[in-house]
Ligand binder design. Structure first.
Ligand SMILES: [Fe+2]
Length: 305
């Protein structure tokens, strides 16, 4: 099957002109300067640090995840497992089981390098969420624009997401993109940012049924299904890396609008997203502990609306 190089997100074609699409700023040059890192985080809403992690660690984590995918039958057996070639009949997307009790992935996301980075950045002891989000996106799969706050806002809002690709991710394979300057648009999307997907109205039977009985969300979580019109409305450009490489990471705050570009290749795109905060601040109870309650019944919160 030919590889399409078209740029799309959630099936929506994106304007790739310089005024609408661009690249994230690199910050590997100021790793030794916490003050500059903080300034850039404040200014841009994110920090992109290419080549930060040892590629061997990433490769080991990739190998472990690919083994699990192969065991599920998600990979094409005609290719080496490490290639992560998608089985032609299988569609894969979010799959936290790929990272659960996975020593190689934990070594990457909770190892001394990443934790050290956040300690330097916050200037004090840090903690991470114990829940590890992991995605294995096959062809045609992406993620619609959203802010992470609606999924994890019950503790401190000074929480940072870290997105890590497990392998090189050329543009046609998709990858994370951020809406430039969107962390300064919180007032405009205030009502959306107040959402807690696991909260529901006790006095609304339909919501109770959806959230409590069927363990769904009271809100779909995304801000828009259409990244093109959202960008026109909020301004800024959609930004991604020129060429994501194994060893790169990007970190950003809870109110940055971001999305996943669609994968136009036959290989599965592997990435984790994990969370870090000051240890001294409260943490969202859904995502901590040996077996985080996550979006299960224990994580649902009713109120009278
Ligand atoms: Fe996200």
């Amino acid at each position: 099957m030919p590889v399409s190089t078209s740029l799309s997100c959630f099936g929506c074609e994106l304007d790739a002109s310089p005024g609408a699409f661009g690249h994230v700023r690199e910050s590997a040059d100021c790793l030794g300067s916490p003050a500059e890192l903080r300034r850039r985080l404040e200014e841009d809403g994110y920090l992109y640090v290419p080549g930060f992690l040892d590629r061997d660690l990433i490769h080991a984590a990739r190998a472990s995840v690919c083994e699990r995918l192969a065991a599920e039958g998600a990979l094409d057996p005609a290719y080496p497992v490490i290639e992560g070639m998608s089985h032609p009949d299988k569609v894969t997307n979010f799959n936290a089981a790929l990272a659960r009790r996975n020593a190689e992935v934990s070594r990457v996301v909770y190892g001394p390098e990443i934790l050290g980075f956040y300690e330097t950045l916050f200037g004090e002891p840090v903690r991470h969420f114990d829940y590890t989000w992991f995605r294995a996106l096959s062809r045609g799969q992406g993620s619609p624009p959203h802010c992470d706050l609606v999924y994890m806002g019950r503790g401190t809002h000074e929480l940072l997401t870290c997105w890590i690709p497990y392998g090189d991710v050329p543009l046609e394979m998709g990858g994370l993109m951020l809406l430039e300057g969107s962390h300064r648009q919180s007032e405009r999307i205030k009502r959306y940012l107040e959402v807690d997907v696991d909260a529901y109205c006790e006095n609304k039977p339909k919501q109770v049924d959806k959230v409590v009985n069927r363990l769904g969300w009271s809100h779909p979580g995304f801000l828009s299904k259409n990244p093109a019109t959202l960008r026109e409305k909020l301004g800024g450009r959609w930004l991604t890396a020129r060429d994501w490489k194994a060893g790169d990471f990007i970190t950003f705050g809870m109110t940055v609008v971001h999305a996943g570009l669609d994968n136009h290749t036959s290989r599965v795109r592997l990435s984790s997203d994990t969370r870090y905060q000051r240890a001294s601040q409260p943490a969202d109870e859904r995502w901590i502990g040996e077996d985080p309650i996550a979006n299960t019944l224990a994580g649902k919160r009713g109120r009278v609306c």
